[in-house]
Design a protein around this ligand. Structure first.
Ligand code: HEM
Length: 272
């Protein structure tokens, strides 16, 4: 969330507003995320409006005072009809903030949990961060599959894997199931930090909707685990994860809490 806000040029003083609002949008089925409110719709609308006015005000400011951020680049872009209109900017920001918030956070938490359940894999990764990180990050995204599903509408009649689809049919893609397809992955239930090849679809399938933030997410996961291993090398899971409650099938398999314990090191002991 901090990285996305910094990229967009959102002032640091507004970070907590963005965090709270995106938590409401993705976790409206969980009372903890509603801060004591019981009208889900009202909370959702308020969160959407907060993010919209924040972005509109920032865009207005950047039109006159450009800075080195994405908002300035977007409002001053000169790419003909592909440019985002003023009314599209806020929805784009909300999409970025929501798509990049719980996803990466959940991948980090479930990654920690997977390492806890597979100490041999953790030992291999921790002993060789340079050599293992890239493959381990892909394996976390495959095994955790933080985005649960997306929905599509079939645009033409076709037969796929022996199943007939008709134009207009609504279908749901369950990423976690595809990422455990035994026809694609050897021993799919095994968490293997060296898995290769690893053609997972945790960031979506090939095509125009492939995750816009995949490179950023990969980098964030790599940095987080490298830093954890070097600064808090004995960090370990101290209790079961607490999952986000949902009104239906959750879009993101969010983890609300994952208690961990560690020995504070000199570098971390002084900071909060
Ligand atoms: C581990 C972290 C992440 C995972 C697992 C993930 C996964 C996904 C998935 C499955 C999709 C849907 C693809 C499809 O519809 O076929 C998606 C779309 C998207 N993601 Fe991510 N994502 C992650 C992080 C991020 C981050 C950090 C950002 C923002 C910087 C981001 C921005 C987006 C956007 C904007 C879309 C919509 C793309 C479109 O429909 O054109 N994601 N992501």
């Amino acid at each position: 969330m901090l990285v996305i806000c910094d990229m967009m040029g959102i002032p640091r003083s507004e970070f907590s507003t963005v965090l709270r609002a995106t938590n409401v949008i993705l976790g409206a089925g969980d009372a903890d995320r509603l801060g004591g409110r019981d009208d889900v719709l009202g909370a959702l609308l308020e969160a959407g409006m907060q993010l919209t006015s924040l972005m509109n005000e920032l865009a207005e400011h950047r039109r006159v005072h450009p800075a080195d951020d994405l908002t300035s680049a977007l409002v001053h872009a000169n790419v003909g009809e592909d440019v985002l209109t003023p009314s599209e900017l806020a929805p784009f920001f909300i999409l970025l903030a929501v798509a990049g918030n719980d996803t990466t956070r959940t991948a980090i938490s479930l990654g920690m949990q997977l390492l806890h359940e597979n100490p041999d894999q953790r030992a291999m990764w921790q002993a060789d961060p340079e050599g293992v990180t890239a493959a381990a990050v892909e394996e976390i995204v495959r095994a955790a599959s933080p985005v649960t599903f997306m929905r599509r509408t079939v645009t033409r009649d076709l037969t796929l894997s022996g199943h007939q689809f008709h134009e207009g049919d609504r279908v749901v893609l369950f990423y976690g199931a595809a990422n455990r397809d035994p026809r694609v992955f050897a021993d799919p239930e095994r968490f293997d930090v060296h898995r290769d090849p690893n053609p997972h679809v945790g960031f979506g399938g090939p095509g125009p909707h492939f995750c816009l933030g995949a490179h950023l997410a990969r980098r964030e996961l790599a940095v987080v685990f490298r830093q954890l291993f070097s600064r808090l090398p004995d960090i370990e899971v101290a209790a079961e994860p607490v999952y986000l409650r949902s009104l239906g099938i959750p879009l993101v398999g969010g983890v609300k809490h994952l208690p961990v314990r560690f020995t504070p090191t000199a570098a971390s002991a002084g900071s909060s």
